[in-house]
Ligand binder design. Sequence first.
Ligand code: GLC
Length: 651
Amino acid sequence: MTSSQGTWPILHAHLLEIFKDNGQSTLFLTRLEERFARLSELLFSLYGDRADFTEQLERICTTAAHAFIARSPELHALDASRNPDWFQQASMVGGVCYVDRYAGNLAGIRARIPYFQELGLTYLHLMPLFAAPESFNDGGYAVSDFRAVRPQLGTMAELADLASELRAHGISLVLDMVMNHTSDEHEWALRAREGDQSYQDYYRMFPDDTIPKRYEQNLREIFPAQAPGNFTYVPEVQRWVWTTFHNYQWDLNYANPALFNAMLDEMLFLANQGVEVLRIDAVPFLWKELGTNCENLPQAHAIVEALNLLIQIVAPATIFKAEAIVHPDEIARYIGPECAISYNPLLMVLLWEALASGWTHLLQHSMVKRFAIPTNTAWVNYIRSHDDIGWGFADEDCAEVGIDGGIHRIFLNRFYTGQVEGSFAAGLPFGYNPRTGDMRISGTTASLAGLEKAQHSGDPYQLDLAIRRILAMMGIILTAGGIPLFYLGDELGTLNDYSYQHDITRTNDSRWVHRPAANQDLLAQRHDPTTVAGRIFGALQRMIALRKSNPIFGADQPTQWLNNIDKHTVLFVRQQGLQRIYVAANFSAYTQSLDLRQFVASQHTTDLLTERRYARDEPLTLAPYEMVWLHSDGHESASIDTDAVSMLSSG
Ligand code: GLC
């Protein structure tokens, strides 16, 4: 028994009243009615124990109705014209940047549209650009006002115009929905500090530290080095507030339906500015329950699914992207009715793992096991983000291929901080936890892949290898099913920027090493193939164009990972009907030779990257870090029998 029985007629009448001067009630009410049973079931699971549940439900639907009315005709038209699979197309290619570091301000971003088009981008994630505290703001993830752009960057009206301008150029705007917390300067927090109980209830506040201490027994620390513990004392009101991240980021209290409703309002406001993808920041942490680790609780899932239903009712052109950097089993649970797309941190970390070890069996094994996600969803495949790299592969996957996950993480941390003899990487430690010995890694793609060291040494062979490593990773995220996402600057081989160490507000946060300002010199070199920037940019631009012209690379077509073929090669097949493309990349510094006869039927394949033709009988020889995208020239069977393949290859 849920909640909703009997409430619909009353709610319907109330909503009609709201729409009385607006002709569009039918579309809204139809969308709501279609989703009403599930929506009220979810909200009942969160707030059903309250005597005023029906009233809360009505308030939430009222917020949605007002946002629907406020939505512009241009965006209503977008809602109507969107194909549900728009984000799965091979044409989708993403870029991410900080507005200030990359282009100064929103006008600067607008001026870069021709560059985004030159590269082939159709998805642009602008890192948090909202009003935030001046000095410490966690790269913008401490939001003081979801409806105000930081004045140095522009205005909300400019942002809405930019969204529309980007769309006119085929680019979807992606913004963060930082909904787990606000900054301690947000108006809600200021009111809570003034003692207003209704705003104190927007946060998780405690009169003393007795309960916080009980919670702490099961919590991890996200930033153990800079922000140990999960609670902060607020002297003005003599209370403790929950702060999972930094002490100036106050966790919101979704057990309070008024907060849910307030955040819904902020979210719909952003959707109505023309944002097409909302990146749900820190999604695992939305609900807390004593005695648990307060991550990935069922209520966190209910919150996101309910919000997604409400977005589908008001602004269906908008989709959610999950940011869940947790165990791979848990990540998968956010994909589907909750979020249409999700970061793929597992592929990301395993690409780096494979590069460091020179072995691909953990990557292949994990991908065979975990790459498939529901239809109508997509991974966002990336090499690195603005955040650190934490080795979030599953220990059980490691054990299945004979690796000790814990020891392997120590090796990887040592490798990427250059402590392993022969390591090519120039990374920095992030978030070292002396209690657990745990740590993560910071660094740009180029610096982690060896370019920084190679340039310092002046060794042309090492330089060549570094470029190949970068391109192999880029080629994989461009061809494995999903939306490839590039951190802008990586396309030019931008190295680590150590200047953050002189900035008192950043020196404790090594993630700033891989958030460099745009480098105009590299940009100017991008068409010169004798430069490193030109080599990377040129090759990437070509690969992007190839991806976009082959629908087989869309996320709506299957990706089949082929395990047990070769221990040093990343290998998967894209299939569309009887067409196949085999993507193979050698992740070792030695030449490898593969026999693809066991699953290629065609007499010939053609490498799309070099246009070289390969005969079926000839072994495929891959130079160090070389990659091929082999298109079979004839028809293949509709699918590959992987059992037969693994038997053949192990036999
Ligand atoms: C996410 C962001 C990260 C931020 C954290 C807290 O993980 O990606 O940069 O520090 O959330 O908002």
